[in-house]
Design a protein around this ligand. Sequence first.
Ligand code: GA4
Length: 325
Amino acid sequence: MVLSQLQQQEFDVVQSSITPTVFQGIPVIDLSNPDSKSCLVKACEDFGFFKVVNHDIPTQLISNLESQAIQFFSLPLCEKEKSGPPNPFGYGNKSIGRNGDISWLEYLLLTTGPEFDYHTLSSVSAQTPQTFRGAVNDYVSAVKTMACQILELLADGLRIEQKNVFSKLLMDKQSDSVFRLNHYPPSPDINMIGFGEHTDPQIISVLRSNNTSGLQISLREHGSWFSVPPDQDSFFINVGDSLQVMTNGRFKSVKHRVLANSEKSRVSMIYFGGPPLNEKIAPLPSLLMQGEDSSLYKEFTWFEYKKSAYESRLADNRLCLFEKF
Ligand code: GA4
């Protein structure tokens, strides 16, 4: 991507070029450890963010999808644009959402359902759309299983009787989940924002990237940004807004962003696990104090929240419209 001076002004940049602090305290959850549930709960309470190691996801599934994604993003722009614009699914370039957010990346937004979006993938000419879709489906199905395992451990860790209270929302045939492939080309400006700050509206997000740095999270108590060292063999998990609501604010929906890298391109793949559109989202009664209404949020359906999210700018606080006090 080459930028004219005029175009450059449209992009968000970070205010200072001071090297951000690397976050040394990222909770690392070993999924092969049967006692991981209390560490998981603590990670979601403290940061809404953690890294997962010793997962069962075969490297082959990841590398296969990554190479398919790289092939797609290497196509000429006019070819990729045949798979766009992302309304809501398809190829997007620099523009995120519908309300003027601009960042230094290109991406593919895809459904996670069984429906086969030939149109979206019409320009994936190096491979057939079927091969590409197959790689996405295999990856998404494995990552979704891991997300459900994590959500069940969390429910257990919170002493909720119904262990699948969160995971059933992702397992539902009508689950409104999304899959995103992002490509951040090396940027001419080291302060360029690759993906502007935001929280994820869904329940849980599972991110995997190549070994290029860029991801940062904002820690509430500090309000400042911390860099997350990349790790291509692990997964990073974000608590989303809906899980914050269901736990009545006990789990934190983490604010995060990506800075462009001046040397290497970054490729990331993110599964956003969401509930069915008609699902009512509200704090779970068992997590509320008995005898009084301590609920911090008004009940809403995922459809209502999603609609409101899509009317917002990336950096907006979307949950405040649904807070009670
Ligand atoms: C953030 C999480 C997911 O990437 C996403 C994004 C969506 C989009 O890119 O179209 C949104 C953003 C995300 C939140 C607010 C709205 C919608 C861009 C935007 C400005 C796919 C999602 O579900 O919400």
